[in-house]
Design a binder for this molecule. Structure first.
Ligand SMILES: NC(=O)c1ccc[n+]([C@@H]2O[C@H](COP(=O)([O-])OP(=O)(O)OC[C@H]3O[C@@H](n4cnc5c(N)ncnc54)[C@H](O)[C@@H]3O)[C@@H](O)[C@H]2O)c1
Length: 336
């Protein structure tokens, strides 16, 4: 088995989660962790026993002892870093989303496709055992004709308002995972109608965003769906999806983190997941293992930049619907 030498960019909240999950992924050696904050790069390098830490991002991407670039930097930097890495001739794995604008994402699609280098985007839910099994059941025809899609995404605690201001909004930053699941499991979305409110913190409204949202979806194959989201759930991280068809209903839901239910006093108690690092740990490990396996086999990984473009289009349509108070067709959303 070939060992791929990885340059890992961005050792923040998500970067540290991915670095820890990379330990034990076959065929990976994290050679260098780079972050403009050297102390962060050093902490990341120490977590995976990498050879070095660096604050020089350009030199890290171009280093001759680096075969693969992995990116977990703030969203606004993804497009430029992906393009720099493929221009340096290196395969890339990058966190979602590629960019917050259609024009920015389309530019990356063109650069990546012209380069022919493998680029995978981190829509990790596709690698969760529950969602993967749902996909398998749908493809095997066990659900029949899909009629309804229903998703609920509740983050446990809101991110800092400084992050919200640069996040692109709840649909682009957070609900994009649900739009990706909707596309993955049901098919392309044609139209979206969204509502939202700032109920948790007025800072969301000041940042031009909402913290609580609902969207209705109309799919090209005739199915209909809803998604609901919130930036805060005092009871814990709560992610659920339901797909109903002519033959069966699928429910993807991981209720208890610990497989223990204590029943007493005509009731019961169990525990929820804390947040995405524990709920989707298997998925994060799975997406990395799959990406490296694709590189081993010389195959193009999926989801790629075109999936990021398609889900961004839906997220932007939802954002437009929220602002204009009307249903928005995906075809209305075009690069400015
Ligand atoms: N897939 C998921 O479940 C999931 C969950 C949370 C966040 N994310 C995504 O992960 C990304 C990072 O989010 P975060 O919460 O970890 O952010 P963060 O701010 O905690 O960390 C980002 C790190 O990148 C560093 N950085 C900034 N510019 C850089 C550059 N040019 N090169 C290298 N490093 C740079 C920062 O110094 C910081 O240490 C975002 O795009 C976000 O959308 C994905």
């Amino acid at each position: 088995m070939k060992i791929f030498n990885v340059a890992f960019l961005g050792a923040g909240r998500m970067g540290m989660t991915h670095l820890r999950n990379l330990i034990g992924v076959p065929g990976v050696r994290v050679r260098v962790v780079a972050d403009p904050i050297l102390a962060a790069a050093q902490a990341g390098a120490a977590a995976v026993n990498a050879e070095r830490a660096s604050s020089d991002i350009e030199a890290t991407i171009n280093a001759s002892d680096v075969d693969v670039v992995m990116i977990a930097t703030p969203t606004g930097t993804h497009a430029e870093l992906i393009e720099r890495a493929v221009r340096a001739g290196k395969p890339v794995w990058c966190e979602k989303p590629v960019a917050m604008t259609l024009a920015g994402t389309e530019h990356v699609v063109q650069t990546v496709e012209a380069s022919k280098h493998p680029v995978m985007i981190g829509f990790m839910r596709r690698f969760d055992p529950g969602y993967a099994a749902a996909k398998h059941a749908i493809e095997a025809g066990e659900v029949g004709r899909i009629e309804r899609f229903r998703a609920l995404s509740c983050d446990t605690t809101p991110p800092p308002l400084a992050f919200i201001k640069t996040s692109g909004g709840i649909f682009v930053d957070m609900m994009v995972h649900d739009f990706d699941m909707a596309r993955f499991l049901v098919g392309e979305i044609e139209e979206v109608s969204a509502w939202g409110a700032a109920l948790i913190d007025p800072g969301f409204a000041e940042a031009g965003d909402v913290d609580t949202c609902v969207a209705m979806l109309r799919f090209a194959n005739g199915a209909v769906g809803t998604i609901e989201g919130t930036r805060r759930a005092t009871w814990g991280y709560d992610i659920r999806t339901e797909i109903a068809g002519s033959k069966a209903k699928l429910v993807v839901e991981a209720q208890n983190k610990t497989p223990l239910l204590m029943a007493r006093n005509v009731g019961h108690e169990g525990d929820y997941f804390q947040s995405f690092p524990d709920r989707f740990e298997t998925a994060y490990k799975g997406e990395m293992a799959y990406f490296i396996d694709c590189l081993q086999k010389g195959q193009m990984p999926s989801p790629g930049v075109r999936d990021a473009l398609a889900s961004l289009r839906v997220a932007l349509a939802a954002t437009q619907s929220l602002r204009e108070g009307r249903p928005v067709k995906i075809s209305e959303v075009s690069a400015q």
